[in-house]
Every structure is written in C-alpha cells, then in structure tokens.
Write a protein that binds this ligand. Structure first.
Ligand code: DGT
Ligand code: CA
Ligand code: CA
Ligand code: ZN
Length: 618
C-alpha cells in the first residue's frame, strides 16, 4: 500500500534489533538493524522514490538483505520475518527492558534460569530472593530491579505529552472528517499541555438528533486499538497497543462548549468555575449553564430535553426545591457555542487551556490580567543544538538548513564539552575549529539563517566549567549543564550549579534538574536558590523542550519570571526532526504563564546579537 512512513519502518527495524538481542543473536546483526533504522530516520529524500529507483541498497548502512525487508514493509505494511520473530519470543520479555539496569543479556539469563517472562514474575522472584542468587546479579542488582519496578508502577500509567499528541492528532483529524461530526476537539491534560498524560479525551459534536453510533464505531475501529473498554450510545473508551487509553464523548452540538470546557479540566479549575457560577446563581456543568436551584447543583440532562429553553430544563430539575426562589438572569445554553462565550457569561476573559490548573487563572481573567502567552510562531531561533561533532546525528549544515526551513533567523550550536566523553565531547581545539567553521559559514551567506557558536559546557563536580574563560570568551554564548556526579547531596549540588551561574561567561543554565520524565527523578538541588542566583547574575535558565525533560519545570516559571528571570526555549536537538520539540517547550512555557518578552529566543536576529554581545561584555 505504500502508506507506511520511513519512521514507522525505522521503528520496526529498531524493534527487530531489540528482539534479536533478547534472543542472544550476534551483536553485529543487531547493530545492522539499528544502523538501518538511523539511516531511514535521517533520510531526506522520499523513501518511495529511492525504492522505485532501486537505490535503497546503496544507502549507507543498508545492505541487500535489509533493503529487501524495507521494500516488503514499504509495499505491504508487514514483514513476515518480523512477525515470526515476534511470535518466537515471550511477549513480556521486551517489556522487561523498561526496568533500569536490565539489558537483553540479563533478561535472557532470568528467562533461561528462572523462567521469568513478565515483570510480575520478576517482581515475585526478586521478593523471594531468587534473583540475587543468579550468577552476575547479586543483592544490589536485585534491589535495583525492585526499585525499578516500583518506580514503573508509580509512573508507568502515564505517557509523555509528545507521544500522546502523536497518537491523538490523526484521531482528531479523522473525527473532524466524519460526515456526522460538526466539531471535534481534544480535551483533558493533553489540551492543557501537561508534560505527561494519563489518557486521551476527545469531544465530538453531532447535529441534534443525529445518530452518534457510527462515530463511536469509527473510534473503536481505529488502528492500534487493542481493546474497547467501554461502549455506550454517546461514549466509547479504548486502549491502544502500548497501554495508552482514550475516551470519546459525543454530544449534541449545543452542548459542545460546555462538554469541551468540562472535560478539558483541570478538576481544580472546574471546581472554581462551578463555585463562581453558583455565586452568580448559576449552575455550570458539562451539559450547560442553568439557573441554580436554591444553591444546589442542577443535573439537567440537556440531551433529553433537546432544544427546550433553560427555564424548562431547570423547572424540571428543580421540582421539589423552593419554587419561590428569585429567578436568576436567564443564562441557559442558548447562544453559548464557544468557550469564549462560556467564560464571558461568567464575567471572564477566555482562559487558554494551558492555564486551567486552578492556580489563579480565574482571578487573573476577572481582572483582565491574563498574560499574552508566548506562541510557537514567536520563536525566531533556538540555542542548545547538537551536531555530529559530538553526539548529534545531523551535520552543522544539515541543522542550519532544517532550522532555516522552519523560518528561523538563527540557530545556536552547543555541542558537548570534553568531559562528556561518552557523548564525544569537544576539546578546546575541536571547539575552536567548529567556531571557525561557523564563522566561515556565516560569512559565506550560504544560509540566510545566522549561526551562533556556543557550547554545552559541562559543570564539573566542584562547579568549575569544563573550558577555561579564555576559550569560552571566543564563543557567542555558553549553555552550562550538569552531566555527571548526579548523586551529590542537595547542598553540594546547589552550590555546584550556583558557582557555574556566577561565572560571567555562562549565558544560560541547561536542563536544571536533569530529570527524565517517567524514567528518572532530577538530581536534588534547591530550585529557589538557583533561580535567585540566575536572576542576580542575569543568567537565562533554559526551558529544555525535549519532551522527556521539559526542565526547568513549568510550575517554577510564573513566579521566577515575575521576579525577572529570562527563559530560553531550547530543543536540545540531536537531529533535524528534534528542532520541532520547541512545540513541547512552548506548551510548558505557556503553562508557566510566560509571555513573549520573557523568552529570549523570540528576539529578532539583530536584537539577539546585540543582547548576546552586551551579555558577553558585562
Ligand atoms: P490525565 O488524564 O490524568 O492526564 O488528566 P485529565 O485532566 O485529562 O483527567 P481525566 O482524563 O480524568 O478527565 C478529563 C477532565 O474531565 C478533567 O481534567 C476534569 C474533568 N473531570 C473528570 N472527572 C472529574 C471530576 O470528578 N470532577 C471534576 N470537577 N471534573 C472532572
Ligand atoms: Ca485525560
Ligand atoms: Ca479521561
Ligand atoms: Zn545536556
């Protein structure tokens, strides 16, 4: 069918590599699949054309056998080899790879010696002390595995916003394309831009009187749906492969704004909105805005009452309540067909979904003091990007071309420094050579985009930097980051980071806590003290936009920015596609109430240059 994208094929190749490893196959084989996957991910031409022209086998890392498999996948969407391989391996084994400290070799040993093929069985065996007794394991490893299992339970049911958005987008587009559907939106934590998402929520509106069943049928039949967990006339819930769940609610058109608002949440926001409505003699619910009945909540099933007026619905629902209650102003559902109108009916400016966390947004909306939140289109460039010179997968030129294609005016390069040897960090000579190439490239006018020469310079254990001041002074800017010695105690880690912030050559602090969402807690450090130091030294703190970092956390930003802290939304891109991560960073910045003026990389090029020059000479 040719509907399979190169990224989907790359995923299959990576999965094959994992399965081969679990089988204990020759590591060369495993690496061949990984290399093939990387080649596909980096491919800039149309895969279909490459195949049609018989050029697949001539791509780097793709031999004849692999070319055949890719061609089969591309043509049919399936690969017999992969399906047989999958069938030959206990399905729970691959899941065990998610436990930190467990590689394919250990998993194979657990399977062969103890017959363990699920995380649950592994949990039991650890608690019975069986794992410690295996050669190459020991008490410490057993404890670490148990901790990993507990950690996974605490986090395992949530998903990265980025991954969830990737699943949600085609579904939303599909819903909007259905003939019965008049409007559709996603709701819940995904719409609020929360960094992790428990489940997806969709709201679809059908014309009053229209049958919702075909919409629910369509939803339940989506590719990747493994199980339909609930099904009603106007509601369906499904679980996808990989565990993500999704709820769809189908409502008559006139309820859409209310359902959308309700199911966008958050719960805290909803509670406050309902209180506000009650204080005005109104009852707000997912069905509508009705006159409140003597202070109680009205459960008016608008679906059953159709287009009858608010008064009729309310009269039915308030039967038994004090009939003599003074009639509140007629609000009703009539005419409220957007969230803007819903907020307006309660005397509020429209509150962007990202702010709906019950953290003062209603007061700000009432006072007309909502910030004008930064948008992706405001970004003029980005700092903190890697190239093949350290651990990136795209060259300087490729990164520049991709950033220019996004419409950006500048791109900051910040490869790793020498202490990050596992990331092939640059020493002084390579760093200065790269800065020289950047200068030449700028002078050549090959790109309209301007390149800034920088570094992601390691903060050493004692807070000194990985490069001396003279070297750093040759750069346009410096991102300083912690990449090792994560286990320092809080006081030592805080002092270490502050010492780096106090170095006048440091422009910005990278990923403040080093957290990896759903995988690893950040290192312990005192955020308040670090923010104070950054403000005092006019150092920018980055909002690392990588979907599994989003660090510094949005919960710190509002107050920090009010006190003068500047933000840089940094993709930390290791390939050209990852420049798009800034979208996740913009979400987080919006959740942190940031406006454009607080985000340095919204500055146009000339002002950005001037800003950096002034910063460097300070
Ligand atoms: P999640 O899925 O855990 O990431 O978070 P949400 O916010 O998407 O939560 P979810 O899917 O349980 O429900 C979607 C929204 O529906 C939620 O943000 C607010 C609304 N909602 C659901 N249950 C309740 C409730 O018991 N009370 C109130 N006030 N609102 C609720
Ligand atoms: Ca949800
Ligand atoms: Ca839900
Ligand atoms: Zn880093």
């Amino acid at each position: 069918m040719g509907g399979v994208t190169r990224n989907e094929i790359a995923d299959v190749l990576n999965n094959i590599a994992v399965l081969l490893e679990l089988k204990g196959e020759n590591p060369f084989k495993t690496r061949a699949y990984q290399a093939g996957a990387r080649t596909l991910e980096a491919l800039e031409e149309d895969l279909g054309a490459v195949i049609a022209e018989g050029r697949l086998g001539s791509l780097k890392g793709i031999g004849e056998a692999l070319a055949k498999k890719i061609t089969e996948l591309h043509a049919t969407g399936r690969l017999e080899f992969y399906e047989k391989l999958r069938a030959s391996i206990a399905p729970g084994l691959a899941g065990m790879l998610e436990i930190p400290g467990l590689g394919a070799k250990k998993i194979r040993a657990l399977h062969e010696k103890l017959g363990i093929d699920t995380i649950a069985a592994l949990d039991r065996a650890c608690r019975d002390g069986l794992v410690a007794g295996l050669p190459g394991f020991g008490e410490k490893t057993q404890e670490k595995i148990l901790a990993g299992i507990r950690n996974r339970e605490a986090y395992g049911r949530r998903h990265l916003w980025w991954d969830a958005a990737g699943v949600a987008e085609p579904i939303l587009a599909g819903l909007r394309g259905l003939p019965q559907v008049r409007r559709a939106e996603h709701a819940g934590s995904l719409r609020r831009g929360l960094e992790t998402v428990g489940d997806l929520d969709f709201i679809a509106a059908v014309r009053a009187g229209e049958d919702a069943a075909p919409v629910a049928d369509w939803f339940a039949a989506q590719p990747g749906v493994r199980e339909v967990t609930a099904r009603g006339a106007t509601k369906a819930s499904v679980r996808f492969e990989g565990g993500l769940q999704a709820d769809l609610r189908i409502v008559p058109e006139e309820q859409f704004a209310f359902a959308l608002h309700h199911f966008t949440g958050s719960k805290e926001h909803n509670v406050q909105m309902r209180q506000r409505a009650l204080a005005r003699g109104l009852s707000l619910s997912e069905w509508g805005l009705e006159p409140a009945a003597g202070g109680g909540t009205v459960k008016a099933k608008a679906a059953a009452t159709g287009a009858t007026g608010a008064g009729a619905a309310s009269a039915g629902a308030t039967a038994g309540a004090a009939a003599a209650a003074p009639a509140p102003p007629p609000a009703g559902r009539a005419g409220i067909d957007t969230e803007e109108k819903l907020f307006a009916a309660l005397g509020l400016a429209f509150i962007p979904p990202e702010l709906r966390e019950g953290l003062g947004e209603i007061e700000a909306a009432e006072a007309g003091k909502l910030p004008r939140l930064v948008e992706a289109a405001d970004l003029r460039g980005a700092f903190h990007n890697h190239t093949t010179e350290s651990d990136g997968r795209a060259t300087l030129e490729e990164m520049a071309a991709a950033a220019q294609a996004l419409g950006w005016e500048y791109l900051g390069i910040a490869d790793h420094s020498k202490s990050s040897f596992q990331a092939h960090g640059l020493d002084e000579a390579r760093l200065l050579a790269q800065a020289g190439r950047i200068e030449k490239l700028n002078a050549s006018k090959k790109f309209t985009l301007h390149l800034f020469a920088g570094a992601e310079c390691d903060i050493l254990r004692d807070g000194r930097l990985d490069f001396d001041d003279a070297t750093l002074a040759r750069l346009d800017y410096v991102v300083a980051s912690v990449h090792n010695a994560f286990s320092l105690d809080e006081a030592a880690m805080t002092a270490r980071i502050i010492r780096a912030i106090e170095n006048p050559r440091v422009t910005m602090l990278g990923h403040m806590t080093g957290r990896l969402l759903l995988r690893r807690e950040g290192y312990r450090a005192d955020a308040a003290k670090i923010i104070d130091a950054a403000i005092a030294n006019a150092v920018v703190i980055e909002l690392n936009a990588s979907p599994w970092r989003l660090d510094m956390d949005w919960r710190h930003w509002r107050r920090a920015a009010e006190r003068g802290l500047l933000c840089s939304i940094n993709p930390d891109a290791h390939d050209t596609a990852a420049l798009a991560y800034v979208a996740a960073g913009v979400n987080a910045a919006r959740k942190g109430w940031l406006d454009k003026a607080r985000v340095v990389n919204t500055l146009p090029l000339a002002r950005m240059k001037a800003w950096l020059r002034k910063r460097a000479s300070a």
